[in-house]
Design a binder for this molecule. Structure first.
Ligand code: MEV
Length: 438
């Protein structure tokens, strides 16, 4: 253990870091070094750009960047860039997009765009005292962030409000300053956190000089200041609808399909074990676009799943119903996304993704991402209530199995042809390749 301890690692050069890793974890194997080097970009500037995204970069980690065409959203056609490793996701999205292209497409609307952050406080004194102090301090605190929010305010955003909330019933001596923000096309994490830290400093300084606190020798104390990734006030809705007749498909009638589909959604609404997988399928679409557009998928994931449990029970993010002979399927999802700042102007593929999406603002991107989630869920449920998921999934997974088996191009194309009419499984593919080689 001792020899694996190291200090000052981040100060080493990339070559020194790799040598250290090889020596301590990879048996000094030149093949391991080659794997790391093989993913370096020939363009030094591009490589440096990626090196600088994080600390201790050794190499790049590829994920496929694909596109799903034919998304008709509010009357406009989009081709959606997706970054994801799971074989069937882009195919499923494209499939759902095509299905709805002939049935009116997707409608999407942004419900609200408010984000929040909190200054978390300890205060064990009298509630009335801190309330009165907050009324005095609030305008001073807002004045204190004038510089930070100058540009954001000019564009129509900025701090919306600050409320003092007594949380001491949940946790003794716990209060918060709940601050709401409009950050327009920026995801806003840095802006919000800078505002919060400044608001907190002003609050604490003013409290030190507040006569009532001095008199009672009881001061509010800052614990921490940070934005919240719970964004129920940053909400987008997307839906599809059509008549039952339009849902008729070669192997199933519209009414039967709608009944099975709606039942599947109701199960996800009522059974957490199913809801988690149901929503995971939605996140296949959501995350793939969030990553392609350089947004923070961990923030989105955390916020979405908290929203899915907002009633105290984890439930489905999508809903479906029949209204007369109209089938309706929709999603309501909180998404804090940015189209400026962060990676959006740095990563060449992210810039390209925005170009493919016809340079959306944050609200348009929210709609596109919600639609990608809804489409993914539609494709999954459509398979689940008809053929089952494995048929399509394994078809897409065939390439991965073939690549594991190191097949030639000719073997690959023969296998693809063969498995058009045969069920794909790992053992079936191995048998096919062995047979072919014999
Ligand atoms: C797999 O990545 C996603 C699904 O499991 C989603 C679902 O079950 O709805 C197919």
């Amino acid at each position: 253990m001792g020899s694996k301890r190291i200090s000052g690692f981040s100060k080493k050069t990339k070559a020194e870091k790799i040598d250290w890793l090889l020596e301590h974890y990879l048996d000094n194997d030149p093949a391991s070094k080659q794997i790391l080097k093989q993913y370096w970009n020939d363009d030094d500037n591009l490589q440096r750009l990626h090196d600088d995204f994080i600390e201790n970069t050794l190499t790049n980690y590829y994920l496929p960047f694909g596109i799903a065409p034919n998304f008709l959203i509010n009357g406009e056609i989009f081709t959606i860039p997706m970054v994801i490793e799971e074989s069937s996701v882009v195919a499923a999205a494209s499939n759902a997009a095509k299905f709805w292209l002939d049935r009116g497409g997707f409608k999407a609307e942004v419900v609200s765009t408010i984000k929040s952050g909190q200054v978390h406080l300890n205060y064990f004194g009298n509630e009335q005292d801190i309330k009165e102090f907050f009324a005095i301090a609030k305008p001073i605190m807002i004045e204190g962030i004038a510089d930070i929010q100058k540009n954001m305010k000019r564009r129509g955003g900025g701090l919306l409000d600050i409320r003092l909330i007594n949380k001491s019933e949940a946790l003794e001596g716990y209060y918060e300053l709940d601050c709401t923000f409009e950050t327009l096309d920026a995801m806003g994490a840095n802006f919000i956190n800078s505002c919060l830290e400044s608001l907190a400093r002003t609050f604490e300084n003013a409290a030190q000089n507040h006569s009532v606190f001095i008199e009672h020798n009881s001061f509010p104390e800052i614990v921490m200041s940070i934005l919240s990734n719970y964004v129920p006030g940053c909400l987008v809705k997307a839906e599809v609808s059509c008549s039952l007749e339009m849902l008729d498909q070669p192997d199933i009638e519209g009414k039967e399909f709608a009944d099975k589909f709606i039942r599947a959604v109701q199960i996800a609404e009522n059974e957490t074990k199913r809801a988690v997988t149901h929503n995971k399928g939605i996140m296949n679409g959501v995350d793939a676009v969030v990553v392609a557009t350089g947004n923070d998928f961990r923030a989105v994931e955390a916020g979405v799943h908290a929203y899915a449990s907002r009633d105290g029970r984890y439930s489905s993010l999508t809903h479906a119903k029949l209204e007369g002979d109209q089938f309706k399927f929709w999603i309501e999802i909180p998404l804090a996304l940015g189209t400026v700042g962060g990676l959006t102007s740095l990563h060449p593929l992210v810039k390209l993704a925005f170009q493919i999406l016809q340079r959306p603002n944050a609200e348009s991107l929210m709609k596109i991402v919600a639609v990608a989630g809804l489409a993914q869920n539609f494709a999954a449920l459509r398979s689940l209530v008809t053929t089952g998921i494995q048929k399509g999934h394994m078809k897409m997974h065939l390439m991965n199995i073939l690549n594991q088996l190191d097949v030639s191009a000719e073997e690959k194309s023969r296998a693809v042809e063969h498995f058009k009419n045969h069920t794909v499984s790992h053992s079936a593919v191995v048998s096919f390749v062995e047979e072919h080689r014999r």
